[in-house]
Structure formats: C-alpha cells, structure tokens
Design a protein around this ligand. Structure first.
Ligand code: ADP
Ligand code: SF4
Length: 688
C-alpha cells in the first residue's frame, strides 16, 4: 500500500503474543444467530470479513461445557472434540484470506439457564439465574472452581486443534463467570476468591495463566474485559476498580479487548448513543498501564476517528462488530481510498435482534449479511447483466433504492421514478424523528452510489400511473410503492372487536406526524399496536413539543419488541422522564371527539381518557393500486417489492430490493431453491 494513503498507520502489522495481525482492523467477537446450529453459514460470514481485509476475525461466545448451555440460542459450542470440525470450517475460511481467527471461550455462570442439559447452574455465590426462569444457581466450591479451570483449559486445547490463533478469556457483558467473580455485587464469598479485588480477580488470573500454559506457545491469549458497568457507584467503574483490574493483570494477557457492560451499553443504538466512538472515555487509560496491545469498540466507521484513536494512544487496534456487519469490506475500502463507499452502520440493532430471536443475523444496511452461504451473496460482487433489458423501478424508498442500485451495478439501464420531491421514502421521513438521524445513512449510501452511475436516471416529483408506465415503454417493472398507516384503529389486537371511531374524532397517523402535522392543542393519546420504535419516538416528539401525552398499548411494556434491540428499558425510562402517562395492557375500544376509551386486555374493563386527539400506530396498508393496474399491461416483468408487498422493517425492504435485483432474469426455479437451502442434521453421525 502506498504511503500516500493518509490512513497508512491503520495498516501497520501488530504483534499479538506469538501471532501477528496484518493490520489494525480487528473484528471483535459478535453473535450471528448461527453458531453451533449453522456452522457453514457462520463460517461464510467470518470468511467474508477476512476477505474484506480484517486482520483478526473472531467468532462468538463459545460455551466450554454443558453447564454453560445457552440453548435455545445458537452460540458457539466447544464442549468436546466433536465440536472441533465445525469450528474448523470457520478457521479455514478466515485463514483462506490471510486473517487470524479468534475464539471467545466462555462459561456463562448464572447467565446460562441450562435448559437443554438440565445441568446445575453455577455462580460465585447463591443467586437466581438472570432471566425470569424460576431457577437458582449454586455457589461454586473449590472443587467446582478446579473443574471450571480444567474445562477452560481443555477447551483452549480444542480451540488450538480447531485452528484458532487467538483464544479469549472473557469477562464481559455481565454474562460470564470470570466477570461475575470480579463484581462485588455478585461475589459474596469469604474464601480467597472473594472479598478484596485481588481475590475477586483470582479466577480470571488463573484462567489467563492456564490458557497461556495450554496454548500460549503458538496462540495469543486475549482478554475481553468490561471495564465499566455504567451503573455509577453501584457497579464497576472504569476509573476505580476497572482501572485496578487492568493494573493487577497488566501484561498477563497478550491483548486487552476492553469495552463496557452490559450488552445494551456496549451495543448502544444511535437513538440513545448518537456519537460514534462513544466508548473512548472508558478506554483511554488502559494503554498507559499495559504494554500489550489494546482493542476498543464504539461503532467505529469513520477512518478519521480510527486514525485519531491510534494517534492519541487510546487503542492499537480498531475493534468492530456492527460496523463490520454493515460493511465487511471497511478495511479494503480504506486501504484503496474508497472512503465514500463505506456502508456505515446506522446503529439500529436489527443485527442484535436476530441473535435475541435465535435466527440468522440480518442487517439493515447490508442485505447480504447472513446470506453468504445460503444464497451465495457477496456484499461487493453481483452477477453481471444477462441482457440489454431496460428496467423501471417505481418508488424511491429503501426497497426501490436498493433494487435500483443493484440492478445498475449489474449493468442494466435503470430508471427510478419517485412520486415525492425527495428520494428515501420512509427512511427519509423516519430519520427526521427524534434520535433517528443516523438512519439517513441508508439513503445517503445508496444515493451517493447511484449519482455516480451513468446507467441510472433518477426522477423525483414523478408519480406514475399505468398510462405513464405504458408511455415509457419499459417492459421490466419493479413496483416499490410502499405502504401507509391506517387511520381506523384496526391492528393485531383489535381484529376481533373493531374500535368505534366517531365522526368527530380527531385521528392522526404516523404519516401525518412525519409530514409535520401537529395535533390540536390538548392532551394527545398515542395508541401503539406496532410495538417497535415508531410510537415511542412520536411520543418523545410530542412530549418534547409540550403536549400532554398518554401512551396506551396492549403490551405490558412500552415498545415491547425493542427488547430485542436492547432499547426497551431506555425507551420506557425516557417516556417516564418526559412525563408521558403510560397505560399498558390496554386495547383500543373507541375514539371519540373529546376522549378515547381503552379496555384492559385481561378484564375488558373500559376506561375513558379525555383527550383532544389520537395518533394511531397500528398497522400499515400496502400501496398496490398501481401494481394492480399494471397486471394486464403485458409487461415482461412485473414485481411488487418491499413494504408494498409486505410491510415490515427497513431491513426487510432493503433485503427485498436486493433479492429482486439479484433474481432479475434468473430462472425462477433457481431462485425458489434459495428458500430451501439450510443445514440439516446428519443422521449418519454417531449420536453418542
Ligand atoms: P419501501 O420501504 O418498500 O421502500 P417506502 O414507503 O419507504 O417503501 O417508499 C415507497 C416510495 O414509493 C415512497 O417514497 C412513495 O412516494 C413512492 N411512490 C408511491 N406510489 C408511487 C407512484 N405511483 N409513483 C412513484 N412513486 C410512488
Ligand atoms: Fe448496524 Fe443496524 Fe446493520 Fe446492526 S443491523 S450492523 S446496527 S446497520
């Protein structure tokens, strides 16, 4: 690489114990919802990162023993030698592209519920498991600690056999025994593993020493450490005990991978943590204490920020989980000076929600994520066009923009027509709501690409009807006309008993609010039967504008789905701070001119709440009129995509646009086969 590249510093090799990273780009461990259940898919995800230039590619937390059973979630598993071949798929894929492979060994203590194995749950002291399971952990005695050390050592040896170059000891996210022993609020022991910090760190020290002893001749030993629990004086703090832990262990690990706990703080969304590099304040002193390399994270997508973090001595290696998911090719793009081609993470945590749902990873920005093995999709490569066909895409939301961009990348001449004055569709509208500004990156990335292509024509203020489509004479048409929010109160919880909406009721929808319409003066009820972010951000907007807001939902939590994106408790806390009157477990019964009636989902008992207007966030209706009118038009291709086909997440719309472009002029039978590709249990294997 030329020294003229202003980011040359990021491409220096870094020695990590006995191994050397080819540059400073380090994909820290992250889950994929694949793990031991879908090892081929997982290996393909990791291999893609290596191909994209990351010097180190880590897997995800990997259970070392059946007493750390995270079922039903498919994390990594290395209980015995039979798990080695599946993990070798990953190390082979990573090594094929010249990167180092890292494995994050873990015993999850009381974070494991052992639902599959029914093994006893282990913890430093007596305590419940950390979910709502009615189950308790048992305090480990000295024999248990000796066993744990043996399991960890054996797993490290198996990791080496599987081909890993870096083996982790993991004390992070409030999810691991090593960390649980360190935390005074989880460790009430009176023996040499409890009491003073030195005693509480003893187990981690032993695990680090054992791992070095087992595999340190050829593998590096990394230590992932949550330096701050972000609970103030109620938990570990970076400047106090966090710093003291670094001082106690200083040069024992070959690498410090430092972050904050819990997972919701580490993987904070842009809605609640808008600044990229938000963990720097917690990291800055680590390098002054240890001589070993330090890696840190914080949604790092900007090469300038990466450079300044290295120059300022905050980190040696640039850590990334989500940025590497949104764009596995960040290192290559920086190396080749293609900075404006970086597909920046928007911090929405749809990737995180996949893991929380136990399904393969998906990403709003990168529709190929999770489809590398199943569909053979590559984020940077797409099949060239098969003919000189011209294509018309109608609707410039996320589905239409992605479809246009990928068709153009294939080489087709594409015309995109958008009815409104701006491209972006729902993303443009939603990103103007409180806390969602970073979501505009979905549009910015695609427009930046499209504007540089000579084979694309973009038209705004161009609402098409069937007649104009016929006049254009383009015979291949993708309709991405989106959806709108319904105003009649019908939603998943009101289908059996429709709400009574009187003619004098003042009803608004999210579309009105996003257009800038404000409710009349007086209290406003927001009724949420959608359960992800939108009703919550509208409540925030209106409460901040001075409205008295009442928030009703049939769920028992505000924005209940946002549990999966790690935001739910923050959303509810913010609403409480803003003085929103929260009414959970309430279904919409009637909307009248001066009041709304809501009914308890359990007892049916109705309550009347005086309010001047209501914002109904219930369901969306698909915009299919144009599509329907084109059905008899004799077009060679007519495809309905995105929210117009199935209203869902922005990630779903981007995926639909991408898939449509890939499948264009591809035999339908081949495309249909994609749905069925999966990893099937091999019955030929000895089950014992
Ligand atoms: P998706 O998420 O599927 O991309 P959006 O609702 O975000 O859907 O975007 C759909 C876009 O389609 C909107 O920007 C809308 O203005 C546009 N649109 C709807 N009907 C027409 C039409 N007849 N002609 C052109 N554009 C249209
Ligand atoms: Fe970033 Fe969202 Fe993609 Fe996750 S899903 S990597 S948060 S853009």
């Amino acid at each position: 690489m030329s020294n003229a590249n202003p980011y040359a510093l990021l491409f220096e090799p870094i020695r990590i114990g006995p191994v050397t990273a080819r540059n400073r780009f380090y994909q820290v461990p992250h889950c994929t919802g694949m793990g031991h259940l879908r090892p081929r898919a997982d290996a393909a995800v990791r291999g893609m990162k290596a191909e994209g230039g990351w010097a180190v590619v880590s897997n995800q937390e990997t259970e070392i023993h059946p007493t750390s059973d995270l079922s039903p979630f498919p994390e990594g598993r290395l209980w015995d030698a039979r798990d080695v071949p599946t993990l070798r798929l990953m190390t082979d894929a990573v090594h094929a592209h010249g990167a180092l492979a890292a494995i994050q060994l873990v015993h999850n203590g009381n974070h494991a519920q052992n639902l599959l194995t029914r093994a006893p749950v282990l913890a430093p002291s007596e305590m419940s498991v950390d979910t709502t399971q009615p189950k308790h952990a048992q305090a480990m005695d000295k024999a248990d600690i000796r066993e744990l050390r043996r399991w960890h050592r054996d797993a490290a040896l198996r990791a080496k056999e599987a081909g890993f170059d870096i083996v982790y000891v993991y004390a992070g996210h409030n999810m691991t025994l090593a960390q649980h022993f360190m935390l005074s609020h989880m460790n009430q022991r009176s023996d040499e593993y409890g009491g003073s910090l030195e005693n509480r760190v003893r187990l981690t020290r032993e695990l680090l020493e054992d791992t070095h002893d087992a595999i340190g001749d050829s593998c590096a030993v990394a230590f992932r450490f949550a330096i701050d629990e972000m609970m103030g004086a109620d938990g570990m703090q970076a400047a106090e005990e966090g710093r003291a832990v670094v001082e106690l262990l200083a040069d024992l690990p070959d690498l410090w991978d430092v972050n904050v706990a819990d997972w919701s703080n580490d993987s904070a969304t842009t809605r609640f943590q808008p600044e990229d590099g938000y963990q720097n304040a917690f990291l800055s002193h680590v390098k002054q204490i240890t001589r070993k390399p330090v890696v840190g994270v914080g949604r790092l997508t900007s090469p300038d920020m990466m450079l300044s973090m290295v120059k300022k001595g905050i980190v040696d290696l640039i850590g990334a989980a989500r940025p590497s998911i949104a764009d596995p090719f960040i290192p290559k793009k920086i190396e080749e000076g293609r900075i404006d081609e970086i597909r920046e993470c928007i911090g929405c945590n749809i990737c995180v929600s996949s893991d929380n749902l136990g399904i393969p990873i998906r990403c709003t920005q990168n529709p190929t994520m999770g489809e590398e093995w199943r569909r053979g999709w590559h984020p940077e490569i797409i099949a060239p066009k098969k003919s000189d066909a011209e294509v018309l895409v109608i609707g410039g939301g996320p589905a239409g923009l992605e479809c246009t961009m990928q068709l153009a990348r294939r080489g087709y001449n594409v015309t995109l027509a958008e009815a409104s004055a701006e491209l972006g569709g729902r993303v443009g509208r939603e990103s103007r709501l409180p806390g969602l500004a970073a979501w505009s990156r979905v549009v910015d990335y695609r427009l930046n690409d499209l504007k540089q292509r000579a084979n694309v024509q973009l038209f705004t203020d161009s609402k098409l009807e069937a007649r104009q489509v016929a006049e254009l004479g383009i015979e291949h048409v993708f309709v991405a006309t989106g959806s709108h929010w319904r105003a009649d109160g019908v939603g998943r919880n009101t289908q059996r008993r429709l709400p009574r909406v009187t003619p004098d009721a003042k009803v608004l929808t999210p579309d009105d609010i996003m257009k800038g319409v404000l409710p009349p003066d007086g209290p406003v009820m927001i009724y949420d039967d959608d359960h992800i972010y939108l009703a919550g951000v509208i409540a925030e907007k209106l409460a901040t504008a001075g409205y008295q807001v009442i928030f009703a939902t049939p769920e028992s939590l505000v924005s209940a789905y946002a549990v999966h994106t790690l935001e739910q408790s923050r959303i509810q806390a913010r609403m409480i701070e803003l003085g929103v009157d929260i009414r959970c477990n309430q279904v919409l019964a009637a909307v009248q001119g001066d009041a709304v009636r809501i009914g308890c989902v359990f007892s049916g008992r109705e309550t009347e709440i005086p309010c001047a207007s209501t914002v109904l966030v219930t369901e969306r209706q698909r915009e299919t009129a144009l599509f329907d009118s084109l059905k008899g038009a004799g077009l060679k291709t007519l495809d309905l995509i995105g929210d117009a086909a199935s209203p869902g997440l922005i990630a779903d719309a981007v995926f639909a646009g991408h898939r449509a472009a890939r499948d264009f002029e591809r035999p339908k039978a081949d495309a249909d086969k994609d749905w069925f590709r999966r990893e099937i249990i091999d019955l030929a294997e000895d089950a014992t």
